[in-house]
Design a protein around this ligand. Structure first.
Ligand code: GCO
Length: 446
C-alpha cells in the first residue's frame, strides 16, 4: 500500500487526539480539587521513575486554550480528555466542587468554539483517595459512588458532550493497580484482582446505562487495552498459555459487556469471581455500547511457565526478540493492530470500533526549534495502513484518536517517555509541534 491520506478512510471517519486528566492537567491542589490515588502514589519513594510527580505536568489546567488551538492547528476534529473525579467530587461523593465543573465547561466550550468534538473519559485511573480509603475498587459500594459521579457528569456536561468513554483500560486498573502494585493505589495480590475486575465490569455497564438515560443522542463506549497475543510455539501448553493471556488482555471486559460472561472457558481461575457476585449481576454486566474503544500499541508473545502460578505463563519480552522497539520496550507491530481489529470485529455484538489510543514514545531531541521524529511518523503511517486494511475488509472501525496530543506524565515511567505529537519542555512549558504533528496536518490536507 503506497502513501495513504485521511480521505482513504472516508469522509465520516473521525480523527482526534487523546489525553488524560492526571497526565496533563497539573493544578492538583488548586480550586478545590481533592487528592487522587495517583497524588498519593507519586509521593511514595521509588514508585515513579526519577521521582517525578504530576503537580504541574503540562499545566493544561491553565494552558488548555492554547493546547486546544494546537489540536485545531494539527487538523484534528475530535479531542478526548478525562475528568478528574476528585476535581469534581473532592471526596468522591457528596459535596460538589463547582470550580471543577466550571473548568471542564471551559474546556468543552473552547472545543466547541474551535469546531472540535469533545470526548469525555469518565474514569482514567485517578480514583479519589477518599474512596480508596474506603476500599476503592475492592469495595462493592464503588458501584454507588461511581453511579453518583456519572449522573453528576451526565447532568452537567451531557447537553454539550455526546461522546462518552466510561472506563479507560480496566484491565490495567485491576492488574497494575491492585495485583502487581506497579500503579496506584499500589495494592498487591491475585485475590485483589477478582473483586476489582467484577466491580469495574459492573460500573462499566452501569455507567453506560446512566449516560444512555441522561444524555440525548449519546455515543457511548469504553476503552480497552488490547494486544494481539501469539503463542511462542505451537506446542499445546504454549497455545493454551496464549489463550489465557488473551482472556485477560482482550476478552475480560468486552465479553461480560456483550452478555457473554467472563472468559472462564480458557481460564477457569476466573470462576472464583463468583465469590464476589450477587444475584442478578450477570444481567447487570451487559450493556449495548455504541462502540468499543481499542487501545493498541504492540503485540505480545507468550509461552507456558511453571514458575508463574495462576496464569502459568510468561511473556517473551520484545527486547529479547530482535524486533523494532519504542522507548517503552514495546514492539512496533502494525500487523498486531490488524489482527486485534479482526479479532474484535468477530464479536457480532460489537457495533463499531474506535481506536481510542495508539501512538509511540521514541527519543525526541529538539534542535533549532524542531523535533524531527521520523520514527514516530513511520509508526503512525504503518499502523494507519493496518487499520485501513482492516477497514477495507469490512471491519467497522469508525475513528482514530492518536495518543497523545502532548508529551505527558507516563504514570510509573514519569516524564521520560514522550508520546506527544507536540513536544513539551517541562521547565518552560514551551510547546514545539513535532514533525509527526505536522505530518498529520498534511495527512488531513491531502
Ligand atoms: C494507557 C493509558 C495512557 C498511557 C498510554 C501510553 O493506555 O496506558 O490510557 O494513559 O499513557 O497508553 O502508555
Amino acid at each position: 500500500m503506497d502513501t495513504i491520506t485521511a480521505s482513504d478512510f472516508g469522509a465520516d471517519f473521525r480523527w482526534g487526539t487523546a489525553t488524560a486528566a492526571f497526565q496533563i492537567e497539573g493544578a492538583v491542589a488548586v480550586d478545590g480539587r481533592g487528592p487522587s490515588i495517583w497524588d498519593k502514589f507519586t509521593k511514595q519513594n521509588g514508585k515513579i521513575k526519577g521521582g517525578h510527580h504530576a503537580e504541574i505536568a503540562c499545566d493544561f489546567y491553565n494552558r488548555y486554550e492554547d493546547d486546544l488551538e494546537l489540536v485545531k492547528e494539527l487538523g484534528f476534529k475530535e479531542f478526548r480528555f478525562s475528568l478528574s473525579w476528585s476535581r469534581i467530587l473532592p471526596t468522591g461523593t457528596g459535596e460538589v466542587n463547582q470550580k471543577g465543573i466550571d473548568f471542564y465547561n471551559r474546556v468543552i466550550d473552547k472545543c466547541l468554539d474551535l469546531g472540535i468534538e469533545p470526548w469525555i473519559t469518565l474514569y482514567h485511573w485517578d480514583l479519589p483517595q477518599a474512596l480508596e480509603d474506603r476500599g476503592g475498587w475492592k469495595n462493592r459500594e464503588i458501584i454507588d459512588w461511581f453511579s453518583e459521579y456519572v449522573r453528576l457528569c451526565a447532568t452537567e456536561f451531557g447537553d454539550k458532550v455526546k461522546n462518552w468513554i466510561v472506563l479507560n483500560e480496566p484491565t490495567a486498573v485491576a492488574g497494575l493497580g491492585y495485583t502487581t502494585g506497579m500503579h496506584a493505589p499500589g495494592k498487591k495480590g491475585i485475590f485483589n484482582f477478582l473483586p476489582v475486575v467484577h466491580h469495574l465490569a459492573l460500573c462499566n455497564a452501569e455507567g453506560g446505562r446512566i449516560i444512555r438515560n441522561l444524555v440525548h443522542d449519546a455515543y457511548i463506549g469504553t476503552a480497552l487495552s488490547c494486544s494481539h497475543v501469539q503463542a511462542f510455539t505451537d506446542k499445546p501448553k504454549d497455545v493454551r498459555a496464549a489463550q489465557r493471556a488473551d482472556a485477560i488482555m482482550n476478552r475480560l471486559f468486552v465479553e461480560p459487556a456483550l452478555g457473554l460472561g467472563y472468559p472462564t472457558d480458557v481460564f477457569p481461575f476466573l470462576n472464583n469471581i463468583k465469590r464476589f457476585t450477587k444475584p442478578g449481576d450477570e444481567e447487570k454486566l451487559a450493556f449495548d455500547f455504541d462502540f468499543i474503544g481499542l487501545q493498541n500499541y504492540f503485540r505480545i508473545i507468550v509461552k507456558h511457565s511453571y514458575f508463574a502460578p495462576v496464569l502459568w505463563l510468561e511473556e517473551i519480552p520484545a527486547k529479547k526478540r530482535n524486533v523494532p522497539l519504542t522507548v517503552m520496550g514495546w514492539e512496533v507491530a502494525p500487523d498486531g493492530m490488524y489482527d486485534i481489529l479482526r479479532q474484535f470485529s468477530n464479536y457480532s455484538g460489537v457495533k463499531e470500533i474506535i481506536i481510542s489510543e495508539n501512538g509511540a514514545a521514541f527519543e525526541d531531541n529538539p534542535e533549532n526549534g524542531k523535533v524531527v521524529d521520523e520514527r514516530r511518523i513511520q509508526y503512525f503511517e504503518d499502523y494507519l495502513k493496518s487499520i485501513l486494511k482492516a477497514k477495507n475488509e469490512g471491519v467497522k472501525v469508525a475513528g482514530y484518536l492518536a495518543w497523545s496530543l502532548l508529551d505527558n506524565f507516563e504514570w510509573a515511567e514519569g516524564y521520560h517517555p514522550r508520546f506527544g505529537l507536540v513536544y513539551v519542555n517541562y521547565e518552560t512549558q514551551e510547546r514545539i509541534v513535532k514533525e509527526s504533528g505536522k505530518w498529520f496536518a498534511s495527512f488531513f490536507k491531502n
